[in-house]
Design a protein around this ligand. Sequence first.
Ligand SMILES: [Fe+2]
Ligand SMILES: [Fe+2]
Length: 217
Amino acid sequence: MTTSTETVSFTRMDEGTTADYELLARKFEPYMAESPDRYIAALEAQRHERSSGYPIDRCEHALQSATRARRDGADPDWIVAALLHDIGDALAPMNHDRMAAEIIRPFVREEVTWVVAHHGIFQQHHAGPMNGTDPDARERFRGHPYFEAAAAFCARWDQISFDPSYESDSMESFRPELTEVFARPAFDPLYVRPDEVLGLPSASGRTLDDDTRNGRY
Ligand SMILES: [Fe+2]
Ligand SMILES: [Fe+2]
């Protein structure tokens, strides 16, 4: 963690000097390098939240989702998305999907950000018939280039990841993907790759087309 105690001279921003702002710029880079530590700490904190009623805590749900993504051969963008997709549960319970999406937006493919931003409404497809929400709410996005990826993300990695018997990879094992993704230059088109549609990798010998045809994703 950053330990330097050097500070700027001003108490209001409009009285700062060039040297002050150069100091802040110098401190920002090492601060950004600590992003993986902060996300890991935030996820670990979800282990200690009061019981949500699910059979596993939210941290374990994150690990299970990310492990499923990894075992399906997903790229780091998807793995980090699966790991962080519910990181906003405590601070933004009514729009937690949007909060997680804003965290990853500068660093991952646009498709991945869109999926995380909309996973709440796509998740309803699996619980809606039983919990009183509209299972077809996602239909408003039918035809969107990222629709199939969002459906698959929820079906294959999110909605099934409440299983206490599933053996997830450790939190520390995800540090390489976190480090890789958050070390990228922000909003670089090389990584954001707007309008590129890749979908999820096929899993267990299935193709996404097969799953879609069978209504399973
Ligand atoms: Fe969620
Ligand atoms: Fe989730």
